[in-house]
Design a binder for this molecule. Sequence first.
Ligand code: ATP
Length: 268
Amino acid sequence: MTWLSGRRAAITEPPAAPRAGIVATGIDVYYGRHRALEEVSLTVPGGSALAILGRNGAGKTTLLRSIVNGFGVQVRGDVLVDGVRIGAMATDEVVTRHGIAFVPDDRRIFPLTVTENLRVAALGSREWRADVTRVLGLFPFLEAHAAQLATTLSGGEQQALAIARAAMRVPRYLLLDEPGEGLAPVAVQRLIDGVCQLREETGCTLILVERNMEMIAALCDTAIGMSAGRIIWTGAVSELRDNPDLLEQVLLPATGPEAGTGDHHGIS
Ligand code: ATP
């Protein structure tokens, strides 16, 4: 079965050969007078998988938004995607031109059936469109719900659908904002399986904001830890697992907003 249909239906191989990746340099983001990101620099090589960790308000979502110039974020500094400076490029141009799929933490499921949600996701794609059947193959449990109103799905099913919608455009970059939040282990495992399969089939680069260590360890090689709008730790995921103090005291506890504390925990 081919992965693609539509305009380039003759092509049976995914288009996602490793790309140059994303290079962000000296990123500052303000919301009004609040500085949400401060001199953030980051390199995500094409084909790699990066986890972003940090307490509530650390700036993780803002960093994802900065990569796509999205959600009204005014970015100062440079973001290069595949070597192209996104500058003042509009969000839809950034995502279409570079094949970036952003799955926000609120999922944004449309009040349509599961199948309709998938079809709508492919509309307007200038290049690549995946086959609905193929995408449902990433999350086989969704097949039984294909005709169901998607807003009536369980949380785990909705999250899988949100990722499946992203897959409809065969992303070269997949940005996931806390997909595992509030989900039971079995639902988390299903997401892991689907994302693993999607990456195997497309080679897409993954940037994952997440607290669930099972998901981080299963999907990512490297990680950054953020605090108060800055990157305070960079390393291999395996190092994170071996460093419970870092995990428990600095990165993972959901102990409430930390913005404005200026507390960088002395980790560099
Ligand atoms: P969480 O884990 O809670 O989602 P986060 O690490 O993703 O947090 P961000 O959502 O990036 O953090 O927010 C970083 C800071 O910017 C927070 O202090 C937040 O209150 C603030 N912020 C985010 N979006 C806006 C906005 N649209 N307007 C004003 N302030 C904002």
